[in-house]
Ligand binder design. Structure first.
Ligand code: CP3
Length: 333
């Protein structure tokens, strides 16, 4: 059985598999090399040869237990014909949403437009480097995608007051997102993804009164859908106020925690397997601090099914040797 399945399905506590959010990315010189020659990020995600190669880069370097496919949550709006661009040092920029264009997209158009992602998952999952490991497919949660599709860039300063003003649009878009996320999930699973992670990166922007409509209900729909394929699903409702309540209501197979929650409280109150938590900034310090902080998480979760990961993506400034050390500490624990 693969390492993540041992923990998530068999609830094994004697192993601590490790993979890292954004493990294929800018902190790796071999990634930057490819990126330099491929200024268009979307095109790079749709180049199955290069995206497979990038996915495998961290697997070649470090003793990680899972490959996560090199792609982006914003391939969904892209597949729905809302243009997406990535500007250096700024992040994603989407073109204003045109509901009629989105409504015209059918399953066939969508799958054809982003088909190289599925081919890459297929290549990666069959590669001998990944043989005994997991291949992780992923999507953005409906709320986080709605945020990008309406706000058009990362809401670093919070949402504008009029975000919710067009109720008709929001209702329609959420339905479309649900439909196409399921198509996207199905194709990833059918091509070899054997774990799914759902990123709700902007869950922390909502007030608790809005959780039911924008976080719980849309997540339940996707979690149940993934479970129908017998594939485990990990949810990451980043900076949600109450992880325990989220787990009780949404019932994912595992939950990724952010670095602002107290891991000890989580270990005592959450019954399902846990993933992640370590602050990515710890990897910018030194090996001694890294070791101490890593062991803190491993100690807290020593009797709990636990997958080692960070509380958010690895930072571009990280030195690869720090990740190498982290993997060593986790494996030697
Ligand atoms: O984890 C992995 O290694 C797999 C690949 C992956 C990427 N994005 C590649 C990427 C995954 C899982 C994502 C998810 C993603 N994308 C999320 C959810 C996780 C999170 O970070 O909260 C979100 C919100 C996005 C949207 C997105 N994509 C943003 C905000 C940005 C710009 C900010 C940044 O970190 O650069 C991206 C670009 C992006 N996606 C890069 C990578 C490797 C950097 C692109 C570059 O080389 O310029």
């Amino acid at each position: 059985m693969t390492p993540l399945h041992e923990v998530i399905i068999n609830k094994k506590t004697t192993i601590n598999p490790i993979w890292i959010m954004r493990q294929a990315g800018r902190y790796l010189p071999e990634f930057r090399e490819i990126r330099k020659k491929n200024p268009n990020f979307i095109e790079l995600c749709l180049n199955e040869k290069l995206s497979s190669e990038i996915t495998l880069q961290p697997i070649k370097r470090f003793n990680l237990d899972a490959a996560i496919i090199f792609s982006d949550i914003l391939m969904l709006p892209y597949g729905l014909n809302q243009k997406v661009e990535f500007k250096k040092n700024f992040g994603p920029i989407l073109e204003p949403l045109q509901l009629d264009r989105v409504l015209k997209t059918n399953e066939e158009n969508f799958v054809n437009k982003i088909n190289p992602i599925y081919k890459a998952i297929n290549h990666v999952s069959k590669n001998r480097l990944v043989e005994d490991k997991n291949t992780i497919g992923f999507v953005g949660a409906p709320w986080t995608l709605l945020v990008y599709m309406i706000n058009l860039h990362s809401p670093k300063k919070g949402l504008k007051e009029d975000f919710f003003k067009d109720n008709y649009l929001i209702k329609n878009i959420l339905q479309i997102i649900d439909k196409f996320l399921k198509i996207h999930l199905k194709n990833q699973i059918q091509n070899g993804a054997n774990v799914i992670q759902i990123f709700d990166s902007w869950a922390g922007l909502l007030e608790e009164k809005d959780y039911q409509n924008y976080i719980y209900d849309p997540s339940i729909s996707l979690v149940n859908y993934v479970k129908s394929f017998n594939v485990p699903v990990i949810c990451f409702p980043r900076e949600i106020k109450n992880y325990q309540k989220f787990c009780e209501i949404v019932k994912p197979d595992a939950v990724n925690i952010d670095y602002n929650v107290d891991p000890l409280t989580i270990s005592k109150t959450i019954k399902i397997p846990v993933q992640g938590g370590l602050d990515p900034k710890i990897l910018l310090t030194d090996k001694e601090i890294l070791e101490k902080e890593t062991i803190k998480y491993l100690d807290i979760f020593k009797d709990h099914p636990y997958i080692f990961n960070l509380g958010h993506g690895i930072l571009p400034e990280t030195k690869p040797e720090m990740l190498e050390h982290l993997v060593k500490v986790v494996k030697n624990y």
